[in-house]
Write a protein that binds this ligand. Structure first.
Ligand SMILES: [Zn+2]
Ligand SMILES: [Zn+2]
Length: 345
């Protein structure tokens, strides 16, 4: 499958959490958490349209100011999703600055909190000195926070000590594959028209819809959508990337992580501690590397990426990755302090 999401851990496995996902063909990117963002070029930051925040611990939010600074004078809207209470936290953060010279600035920050009864939206326009301008409630079905014809983001609430940390699944509803050999066989020339064709398929347009196709002799021809679907393309299950961080190693979390990440193409998941330090992982409300790998195996994900390692393992930087990969491959749990490691401890 040709990737449509290009995820990148901004700060590697030991740095602040931030997963930057570039969307193919759209010139846009999504951010999952915004720890330190200095490793991203301003051009990359400006492509961000949506920010999904797991929770407001400082290592996940400290990059917000750089994002705000980069967007401030732009005619753009940044949409930020997060757990209950986020709008108040962002309002307090914004009011920590002086805003007397931003009257004509068109930038608007919109915060959406995921509440049990729906999604609460609060807008903060720069021209109003970031005072909250409007508020409304939106409905939320099947844990889907955001949906477009090309991708959707679902969330799950995980316990992280006595607060909620959100996990997210970025999903392509349907994958449209173009067959190169079929293009050649039917004398079509690859080009931008294929993006419009894919868009129409994703939007479930009528099969009669005319598509202007480029031919290999340089001419153009109008072809019904259905005919193109039959001759040059096929559809399959869409790509799925799951982001899980900062959660207590408890059964309820394991169940929710498995639900969310089932059959994902990539699971990016925290692995703060080695399994021999399980007791500490429990006290600090984080997962061990072995648990992360075991969850990836049980969810039948295609690829595992672990991150958010404690600095205490920096002397042996590959250990946590190795432990997670061993669990993903089905090896038995390594011994831990008070438990010999049945299932997920
Ligand atoms: Zn954290
Ligand atoms: Zn945390």
């Amino acid at each position: 499958m040709r990737s449509v999401f290009f995820p990148r851990l901004v700060n590697g496995p030991f740095g602040d959490p931030a997963l930057h996902v570039r969307l193919a063909y759209r010139g846009e990117a999504l951010l999952f958490d915004c720890g330190d963002l200095h490793a991203l070029a301003p051009g990359e930051l400006l492509k961000t349209r949506l920010l999904f925040l797991s929770h407001a611990h400082i290592d996940h939010l400290v990059g917000f100011d750089l994002l705000l600074r980069t967007f401030l004078a732009r005619d753009l809207t940044l949409l930020m999703y997060g757990p209950a209470g986020l709008a108040q936290q962002i309002a307090a953060r914004l009011q920590g600055y002086t805003w007397n010279l931003v009257d004509g600035y068109p930038f608007v920050l919109t915060v959406r909190e995921w509440l049990p009864e729906g999604i609460r939206e609060v807008s903060f326009p720069a021209r109003q000195a970031f005072r909250p301008l409007s508020e409304r409630m939106l409905t939320c079905h099947n844990q889907i926070l955001h949906e477009t014809p090309w991708y959707r983001v679902r969330a799950a609430r995980l316990a992280h000590g006595d607060i909620v940390s959100l996990a997210f699944s970025l999903e392509e509803p349907l994958h449209v594959a173009i067959h190169k050999d079929a293009l050649e066989r039917h004398n079509y020339r690859p080009g931008h028209w294929l993006s419009r064709f894919k868009d129409l398929v994703m939007r479930a347009a009528s099969l009669d819809t005319p598509v202007t196709a480029a031919l290999s002799d340089g001419s153009m021809r109008s072809v019904p959508l259905g005919e193109l679907l039959d001759t040059i393309a096929s559809t399959e299950r869409g790509m799925k990337v799951v982001y899980v961080t900062d959660c207590s190693p408890v059964f309820g979390n394991f169940r929710r992580i498995l639900d969310l990440s089932q059959n994902a193409h990539l699971l990016t998941i925290e692995a703060m501690f080695a399994h021999r330090d399980l007791e500490r992982a429990r006290q600090r409300n984080h997962l061990t590397a072995w648990q992360a790998g075991r969850l990836a195996r049980l969810a039948r994900v295609a690829r595992l990426q672990v991150f958010h390692h404690s600095p205490r393992y920096q002397g042996r930087p590959d250990d946590l990755g190795r432990e997670a990969r061993a669990a993903f491959a089905g090896e038995n749990a390594p011994p831990c302090a008070r438990n010999n490691g049945v299932l997920l401890c």
